[in-house]
Design a protein. Structure first.
Length: 278
């Protein structure tokens, strides 16, 4: 079995202080030697420059970096301009997403779906980019049905996706069932499991409600029972998520993509747990 790939995600900082804190966290996480860092993209392109600036800074530090690119609210010409910027900076990997509309925003843009964005990227740039796409083992919250969601994923692969990163989840069976379904459709691209460390119960519940990630009842009740005991929440979270990662890797997941929330401690602790004795 191939050695699993590990990657780490950041969001673009909004303030100079946030940028400084991210540099400190990134320096610590770089010691783990991830395959690449990815940088998210705000709704409707609201952090476009911040995403690019952060990616260019990471590249300057000698690490591979992948910007997220959203097509919602964007024209073909604006995407073409962004792709040329990426190429001019030597960026060879990106994460192509439909993206979310900012609140109060009307238009969806010229490209409605991630599959259309991928087709456009391939038409404009050929094989220049390694294109990552999103996958949803627990079904995209806006999908009409699980079958429809699976077909959407298949269309992204057919359009030219090289690999995929999942939304985070805490039920390994959901990932394995999704992989079985994709294989039946003849899809064989690597699907890396997205991993969200558990460090804050309230924050986790808010994020999960927004993105449709299920928190198993036993995990939710245990976290709630700790109240404001942050140390117990983090210790329990580390146990739960490291066991999830171990099961995923043992079951054949090609890698793990850590949603770091611009923090180093939780991802580093998970990494050390997973690599202990290896």
């Amino acid at each position: 079995m191939a050695t699993p790939d590990f990657s780490i995600e950041f969001y673009p900082p909004k303030t100079p202080d946030g940028a400084d804190k991210l540099r400190v966290a990134r320096a610590k996480l770089a010691l783990l030697q991830p395959k690449y860092f990815s940088v998210t993209f705000g709704a409707g392109g609201s952090t476009q420059q911040g995403t690019l600036d952060t990616v260019v800074e990471i590249l300057g530090e000698g690490h591979e970096a992948a910007p997220h690119l959203s097509c919602v609210g964007a024209s073909r010409e604006s995407i073409r301009t962004i792709l040329k910027q990426f190429q001019s900076h030597g960026i060879r990997r990106l994460v192509a997403l439909r993206g979310d509309l900012p609140s109060g925003y009307g238009g969806a843009g010229e490209l409605r779906y991630a599959s259309e964005l991928i087709e456009f990227i391939r038409a404009e740039t050929g094989d220049w980019f390694h294109i990552e796409v999103a996958a949803y083992p627990e079904v995209h919250p806006q999908a009409r049905s699980p079958q429809d969601d699976l077909q959407n994923f298949a269309r992204k692969v057919q359009a030219g996706a090289n690999s995929a990163i999942t939304q985070y989840f805490y039920n390994a069976d959901a990932y394995f069932a999704f992989m079985d379904q994709t294989r039946k459709l003849g899809i064989d691209i690597p699907v890396v499991a997205g991993i969200m460390p558990i460090t804050n119960y309230t924050q986790l519940m808010r994020f999960s409600d927004m993105c449709g990630a299920e928190i198993p009842r036993w995990v939710r009740l245990k976290l709630a029972s700790f109240g404001d005991d942050s140390a117990s929440i983090k210790a329990f979270g580390l146990d739960v998520v490291s066991q999830l990662c171990e099961r995923l890797l043992a079951g054949g997941a090609p890698g793990l993509h850590f949603y770091s929330m611009n923090q180093a401690v939780a991802t580093t602790a998970l990494w050390e747990r997973l690599t202990a004795g290896k």
